[in-house]
Design a protein. Structure first.
Length: 177
């Protein structure tokens, strides 16, 4: 028996949530595998986990053990920040200085001068986590507009396109699940 519940955060948005089989979770992970292979590998290898799918107007949210891991917004797979943090999913990570944090947390793209370190090499178009310098917490997820080598050689320009950040509409949606 599949249980479906309706939760209305803020009283206006209905969110349906139900359990799904591991096979269905792997199918969803396959959608994410091109840009987010580390995330897809994590979902596929989570054997003794409980999978749920939440449906809202803005997006579908895949939950693993009640923690949001993947968002499907407009057909695009986007990793959920809380899932990346909780399960330590090893995406390429760009660390930014403290001065860049408020801008990135409001949706600004990551600029080369704000980057203090890169966790590993990546290509242009790769999915990247953006962390802040002090605590190392992930504050955003984005798409690399430059390869890691280009970022190291450059002193200006946009490096990462911010597609999801702490405090945005999607973050608020899954924070209430």
């Amino acid at each position: 028996m599949i249980r479906t519940s309706t939760y209305k955060p803020g009283g206006h948005l209905g969110v349906r949530r139900h359990r799904i089989k591991r096979k269905e979770a792997r199918r969803i992970a396959a959608i994410a595998s091109e840009r987010w292979p580390e995330l897809a590998d994590f979902i596929s290898s989570a054997r003794d986990s409980e999978f749920e799918l939440a449906h809202a107007e803005e997006a579908q949210v895949l939950l693993v053990d009640r923690t949001p891991v993947l968002l499907l917004a407009g057909g695009e797979p986007i990793p959920a920040i809380t899932g990346l943090e909780k399960f330590s999913i090893d995406l390429p990570k760009v660390t930014v200085d403290v001065g860049a944090v408020p801008y990135i947390a409001k949706g600004a793209h990551v600029m080369v001068p704000g980057i203090v370190s890169l966790s590993r090499d990546f290509k242009e178009g790769a999915g990247v986590a953006v962390a802040e310098e002090k605590l190392g917490s992930i504050i955003a997820v984005g798409i690399a507009l430059m390869s890691s080598d280009e970022i190291k050689l450059s002193s200006k320009g946009r490096a990462i396109k911010n597609i999801h950040h702490v405090g945005d509409k999607l973050w608020k949606l899954y924070s209430k699940l």
